[in-house]
Ligand binder design. Sequence first.
Ligand code: SF4
Length: 433
Amino acid sequence: MSAKKLFIQTLGCAMNVRDSEHIIAELTQKENYSITQDIKEADLILINTCSVREKPVHKLFSEVGGFEKVKKKDAKIGVCGCTASHLGGEIFRRAPYVDFVLGARNISKITQAINTPKFISVDIDYDESEFAFADFRNSIYKSYINISIGCDKHCTYCIVPHTRGDEISIPFDIIHNEAIKAVQKGAKEIFLLGQNVNNYGKRFRNDHKKMDFSDLLEELSTIEGLERIRFTSPHPLHMDDKFLEVFAKNPKICKSMHMPLQSGSTEILKAMKRGYTKEWYLDRALKLRELCPNVSISTDIIVAFPGESEKDFEDTMDVLEKIRFEQMFSFKYSKRPLTKAATMPNQIDPEVASQRLSILQNRHNEILDEIVEKQNNKEFEVLFEELRPNHSVAGRTNNNFLVQVEHSEELLGQIKKVKITDAKRMVLYGELV
Ligand code: SF4
């Protein structure tokens, strides 16, 4: 029987990328689908949606409307992911040609969804932490592995707890098996995923030995053939000394830490319900730099959260000066449905928000230029993962700088020492040593 064709579009974060890999695995191995990049020949069209960025709802309906126009006569359309979770049955009402709706916490039901007319499952309490997904990975050299699902922090600006439900940790044995399988297939690096990875072990579905994130990292690092471990996102609140010390000492853990600041003002952090203060954040980040001098720290910052005063914004700038992040993802605050902050009365004038964002980004760019300049003539171990135009191959240093060298594809999957010869803001150029 010839394979049916699957077209899948993935929006959003690494969790969504991994969810799409799970969906592809289930459909190719249990339902005889193969992947196509040509939507017109697809028998099944899926969109794996994201709710975090702006206008997700508008974007969803314009995308599926476009699919409906170009699809084959009998092709099915399915909407999965976070926007599916929060809109649910409204998707059928607004786009009646959609065949099924599957929430971010229900993707283990994908085979049921494609075989059941108008299937919908958007239960955010549904527990798929022990579901054994079939195996598919986009990259041979780097493998994403989920270690937890959901989040119950309820930061006041964030929709995730409404789309992915409460946090549950995935049992160690499942994670360990996935890591071993990935390494046997050629992965050098595993990338652990969860909304708050360093809260791992807080809640399992069934009886489980006591284990926190530091223990998990130590255990996984004993896997033979595995060279690098990365993870995202840790939460600053859970950065205890044990975690920072394990991070600094274990040579397989890549020295790149994402520390989402969100705001440098303790008052705003309180309004965001982040659970830490400016002082705690600075203490943790500076301790990290002291324990691990070659670490790269990346962050997320939201400017103009409701009620943010000039003084609050200066606190954010102060943290930027003190930590000098190697990477920063920054946004103007924007309302998300279902969140507490969306109904807060003291929203900030959009012009002020734009000014603050450009002040923050301009200063960060100056800092970044200084950081990047210092990388010239340094030597790094680089794991090469991607072919680039003009006979180049790109990869990441242990501390997450993107490096490109002129070379042929035989470098892919190898870790090699590179000397940096030219440093630009987004990419370092070098040659093999
Ligand atoms: S920790 Fe906060 S920002 Fe992160 S996913 Fe949970 S609620 Fe959202």
